[in-house]
Design a protein around this ligand. Structure first.
Ligand SMILES: [Ca+2]
Ligand SMILES: [Ca+2]
Length: 500
């Protein structure tokens, strides 16, 4: 059954003249994850990854975090001057997360989704607390984040976070606009900061804002703690991307759509000076050099903005001349959902197509995914192109091919998922789950670095998938709505991939 088109085109997309913010502070502290960066700069010979440690860190320096589950052998890197081994933890300061709790299921049971909880209002994302993976933080499109404590089966009334109404007005601005992303600081919970990505009512731009947990009440953030980290303009109400996640390098990855309308009408896909239609990567720590985006229509009243530019972003180190310094990869149309693999840091994005093809891409530094010369592995826009490259291979035009695609006879708007690594079903390890916002199926593939296996198993699901999520155990979450994104709020649900 096909549902009405939601993510691909919005005929009534409002058009606002804007220029994507592309400020460059010209340098910055590469150690973007360093939670003490504002207090103590890394020493001059800091190696940036502490693996192995060079032994010369200033005592308060915290190395970047790999984002992986902690093995328990970590030495609590805060304050160390000698190292007992590579840093493997996602949370260096708590000694790791609880072990994966499930009794392993032998064999290869049919893929199934188990309902975790319902009653959410357009849930976009369900992320496990890095220190307590069965405690889920569920992002609702209307501007709230709720904590689903273990054992709860419906959405709580209380909010962990409400997006700053002075910046956003808390709206579901359109089917594709609203509060779309959420991430924990890499040093959570010792560092109680979280990040939320949302579209602003006035001007419709994207804002990345930081909040800090209330010191006296861990069930909510301090509403006064909001700090806008980054902002950029959005010329139309669709194609906002909006997913955010920290990588193993401690930097924040931000998926940005092409600005909307249709057919890349704002010409951002091929323009490396624009931040739209890109995967961005920044350090969230201020480094004292302002990054107030240039000519950003949503930025002037936000005050000075300051983040960090990773030294190896292709436009910073010069490997991709002309690229704006925030860009990690280019040529994406609307990477509505992406994921970062908890075991190897691999970034997988589902890029929503235009009229014909949906695609899944492995996102790597400096790569170009082709929009709007290509729509998946097909030419777009009437020009020629180099089709037929192998999966994840760079074609003759310098464009990296998807690892999976399907045509619009199967749907119209792919919803990216995440990769299963839970201990519960060892045979499912490496299975990537994704779905459709216009249809009602969930699919599974397994990408091994060179080939994509299509895994049978999930029956027609009966609800459109709109969001994803994962936790440090490698559980995979799927969020759905009744109806679709543009319709009534309905009854949003969170599911976990688990045997029936
Ligand atoms: Ca800066
Ligand atoms: Ca592409």
């Amino acid at each position: 059954m096909k549902r009405s088109l939601v993510l691909n085109t919005l005929a009534s997309a409002s058009l606002l003249l804007t220029v994507a913010c592309s400020g460059d502070d010209g340098g910055g502290n590469a150690d973007g994850s360093d939670s003490t960066a504002t207090a103590t700069a890394p020493d001059g010979d800091d190696d940036g990854n502490e693996s192995p440690d060079d032994g010369n860190e200033t005592p308060t320096n915290t190395p970047p975090d790999t984002g992986m589950p902690d093995t328990g052998t970590d030495d609590n890197d805060t304050g160390d001057t000698t190292d007992d081994g590579p840093d493997t933890g996602s949370d260096d300061t708590t000694g790791g997360v609880p072990a994966c709790p499930y009794t392993p299921v032998a064999g290869n049971p049919s893929l199934a989704l188990q309902l975790v909880a319902d009653g959410f209002d357009r849930p976009m994302l369900a992320m496990g607390d890095p220190a307590q993976p069965d405690r889920l933080f569920v992002v609702e499109q209307g501007g709230t984040v709720k904590i689903l404590e273990p054992g709860m089966s419906s959405a709580p009334a209380e909010n962990f976070l409400e997006v700053n109404s002075s910046n956003a007005g808390n709206p579901v601005l359109s089917a594709e606009a609203g509060t779309l992303g959420f991430a924990f600081h890499p040093d959570w919970p010792s560092d109680g900061r979280v990040y939320v990505s949302y579209n602003r009512a006035a001007g419709g731009g994207t804002i990345i804002e930081e909040y800090t947990v209330d010191a006296a009440d861990g069930s909510q953030v301090d509403p006064a703690s909001g700090r806008v980290v980054m902002a950029l303009g959005q010329p139309a109400s669709n194609h906002n991307g909006g997913m955010i996640a920290f990588g193993p390098d401690g930097y924040l990855y931000i998926g940005m759509g092409d600005g909307g309308g249709g057919g890349d009408e704002f010409n951002t896909g091929r323009n490396p000076s624009q931040l739209l239609a890109k995967m961005l990567r920044i350090g969230v720590e201020p480094d004292g050099t302002p990054d107030n985006p240039v000519a950003c229509d949503v930025c002037p009243d936000l005050g000075p903005l300051d983040y960090t530019l990773p030294a190896d972003n292709p436009g910073v180190d010069g490997t991709r001349p002309g690229w704006a310094p925030e860009i990690f990869a280019m040529g994406l149309r609307n990477p509505w959902r992406f994921s970062i693999d908890v075991t190897n840091g691999e970034i997988i994005a589902a890029d929503v197509g235009q009229n014909a093809w949906e695609e899944i891409d492995v996102i790597t530094l400096g790569a170009d995914y082709g929009w709007s010369d290509m729509e998946a592995d097909h030419c777009f826009g009437g020009g020629g192109c180099a089709t037929g490259a192998g999966l994840n291979q760079v074609n003759g035009d310098g464009i990296t091919a998807p690892i999976y695609e399907y045509g619009h006879d199967d749907g119209c708007s792919i919803t990216g998922g995440s990769t299963y690594h839970s201990c519960e079903v060892p045979d499912w390890d490496g299975t990537y789950i994704f779905g459709e916002a216009c249809d009602e199926w969930i699919r599974a593939i397994r990408w091994d670095g060179s080939a994509t296996e299509t895994i049978p198993g999930l029956p027609d699901f009966g609800e459109p998938m709109i969001g994803n999520g994962w936790n440090a155990w490698g559980d995979v979450f799927v969020t759905t709505v009744t109806g679709n994104l543009g319709g009534p709020a309905g009854n949003g649900k969170v599911y976990r991939l688990a045997p029936e």
